[in-house]
Design a protein around this ligand. Structure first.
Ligand SMILES: Nc1ncnc2c1ncn2[C@@H]1O[C@H](COP(=O)(O)OP(=O)(O)OP(=O)(O)O)[C@@H](O)[C@H]1O
Ligand SMILES: [Mg+2]
Length: 600
């Protein structure tokens, strides 16, 4: 999927309620059942307290002011003060309570999702851009959090208030209540009209913002190419267009919003007018007390805020539903199928492990069709060092990937010390096999941390090993030795320096089998000699698999396996292969010619 399509993937759900999604969301909230119930209870209480206000007003007028009874007025005033204070205190506690539930739920979901992401097969990461997975863990979960901070409970409170006000109105005076109800069809029409337009506009805003994100993302990541190819002006103009599009949509949304609020206020005024007109007449004919009329008007005043609030919250709901759907979708991504056969016949321990490797008729494809390894068989004796040779794309890296079980083979058997690797727990397997891969990955941190991968290891021991292998010059070249700060992805290092770090990493890891995939491809000749010597020392008493395009670096290997288009075409020692005159001897001839031209 291209970046644009990814960032603009549908941001709002079409359905507001998806039973499965809500059920799953609730399952997280249920961990905090007590707090949740407390919140709902407090919302109920605050609603009742809120509704008491107008009633007390009316009561003070009818029984206090009208009758000149000061005691009643004082009592009513005191009651209003107490209920309001109580209500505000409860609101503070309630808001704190619900927000902390929201934060805890977010934490739970995020942890569960991260845990799940760690179990996903590498092939999943081949297919999904990093940005998308990060968005699930951050933005989408934040959108779910908004349900708690700004959404659900407020809307629940709003609904309580609307119902409560009607109950109070009907209890006070059913006729006036019915008159108030007359304006409701207008409200429904306005809410639907604006609601659907605001929803569409909101969706467009999100889509256009996503376009801005996609554009920025690509341009900032590729800034080097942008500047080298003088694309700045063109890209600026294009961004101007995208940006302006977004502005227009925002303005549209603001316009809807600006009209929507006064429209609701108009209806509110209409309701007040109707009640005043009818109520005043009733009052003058003595069918209604002034207090009830005032209380009524106060209720109408309070009735329309929650209605407006609900319409405005609609978008938050939709956003949260869509985000939940996507988060739960990622959670449903099948975890890596572990073919590890339970109860392995023999436990693998680093000490007893000899390092014998055998491939028996291996077939492997990254995705269903198209085998990239075809019927590969070979045998590596313990302690042997073997080279994999072949043109780009011939399947060398793929062999290392299936051996470390980053990917699972489809057919055949791989044996380690005569044990089917599917019977070996992955943890154990990766404990004995160490791989330096073609694309070195470095973490932001110090050189030390990148070599030890945050395992406890003393500097003395680390430097001792590096010294013994003759690799000190690399450390000395670093500005602050082991304390040198390394930028994200190793951006502040040369490619050769990164390769050195990757190699040191594996040496400290001390595996029984070492696989080096193009470990010296970016070294100058002098550095390469240093590294070669180190590699020879390191691989002396270990099984090793070396991959290199520079054939000079593999001459000393015990065996060379030559691959072509996923098939093994020949194997043998350097001399044997040269003598047989196959693909290897051709590659070698070309290589030697290049070397001579290059260095002569
Ligand atoms: N993650 C992947 N998903 C799908 N196909 C892949 C993946 N990695 C490699 N391939 C394909 O598998 C084939 C073998 O790739 P592999 O990386 O094993 O080649 P290689 O021999 O290591 O090449 P190079 O010398 O360039 O490193 C190639 O055709 C490649 O396009
Ligand atoms: Mg490769």
């Amino acid at each position: 999927m291209d970046k644009e399509a990814f960032f603009s993937e549908d941001i709002l759900a079409d359905k507001l309620y998806d039973r499965a999604v809500i059920k799953k969301l609730l399952s997280y909230v249920l961990h905090y059942k007590a707090s949740g119930l407390l919140s709902i209870f407090m919302v109920l209480i605050t609603t009742v307290l809120f509704l008491l206000g107008p009633y007390l007003f009316g009561y003070a007028i009818d029984h206090g002011i009208n009758k000149g009874d000061k005691a009643v007025i004082y009592k009513a005033a005191l009651a209003i003060l107490v209920t309001e204070t109580l209500r505000l205190i409860l609101m503070v506690v309630q808001s704190y309570n619900i927000q902390s539930i929201g934060q805890k739920v977010m934490l739970d979901i995020r942890m569960e999702l991260f845990h799940h992401v760690q179990t996903l097969p590498i092939s999943f990461f081949d297919k999904n851009p990093v940005g998308r997975i990060v968005t699930r863990l951050t933005n989408d979960i934040a959108a779910i959090g908004e349900l708690f901070s700004a959404g659900v409970i407020v809307v629940v409170g709003d609904i309580f208030i609307i119902i409560g006000i009607f109950v109070a109105m009907f209890m006070l005076n059913p006729k006036l209540a019915l008159i108030t109800l007359l304006v409701f069809p207008i409200i429904v029409v306005i809410a639907l009209w604006f609601g659907s337009r605001m929803k569409n506009s909101f969706r467009e805003i999100r889509r256009k913002l996503a376009r801005i994100n996609a554009y920025l993302n690509e341009n900032i990541t590729g800034m080097k190419v942008v500047q080298l190819f003088n694309r700045e002006k063109k890209n600026y103009t294009k961004f101007d267009g995208i940006n302006d599009d977004y502005l227009q949509e925002q303005v549209k949304y603001i316009r809807y919003f600006a009209v929507f609020q006064p429209a609701i206020n108009m209806v509110s005024a209409l309701a007040v007018g109707l009640v005043l007109w009818y109520g005043a007449a009733r009052y003058m004919h003595g069918f209604l007390t002034l207090g009830i009329l005032v209380a009524f008007l106060a209720y109408i005043h309070d009735l329309f805020d929650p209605i407006r609030d609900i319409v405005e919250k609609y978008n938050i709901f939709q956003g949260a539903m869509a985000s939940s759907e996507r988060v739960f979708g990622l959670m449903k991504e099948p975890a890596e199928v572990d073919y590890t056969i339970p109860n392995p016949g023999k436990e693998l321990s680093k000490r007893d492990f000899k390092g014998e490797i055998e491939f028996q008729n291996i077939w492997f494809a990254y995705n269903g069709s198209g085998y990239v390894l075809k019927d590969i068989s070979f045998h590596i004796e313990p302690g042997q060092s073997v080279a994999l040779v072949g043109v780009t794309g011939s399947g060398k890296t793929s062999i290392t990937s299936v051996l470390t079980r980053l990917y699972e083979i489809q057919k055949g058997t791989i044996l380690l010390d005569q044990i089917d690797i599917r019977k070996i727990e992955k943890v154990g397997l990766r404990y004995v096999i160490g791989l330096v891969s073609q694309d070195v990955f470095l973490f932001a941190g110090t050189l030390r941390e990148n070599i030890t991968l945050f395992n406890p290891l003393s500097d003395a021991k680390m430097l001792g090993t590096i010294e013994a292998l003759g690799l000190m010059p690399f450390i000395d070249r670093m500005a602050k030795g082991l304390d040198t700060e390394i930028a994200e992805r190793g951006a502040n290092l040369s490619v050769g320096e990164r390769q050195f770090i990757a190699l040191s990493r594996i040496i400290m890891y001390d595996p029984r089998v070492i696989i080096l995939d193009e470990a010296t491809s970016s070294m100058d000749p002098i550095s390469e000699v240093l590294i070669q010597n180190a590699i020879q020392k390191v691989t002396q008493d270990r099984t090793s698999i070396l991959i290199a395009h520079r054939l000079s670096t593999i001459l000393h290997c015990d065996k060379i396996i030559v691959l072509n288009k996923g098939e093994k075409v020949e194997d043998g020692s350097h001399e044997e292969l040269l003598r047989s005159g196959g693909l290897y001897s051709q590659l070698y001839k070309v290589y030697m010619k290049e070397e001579l031209v290059g260095h002569g």
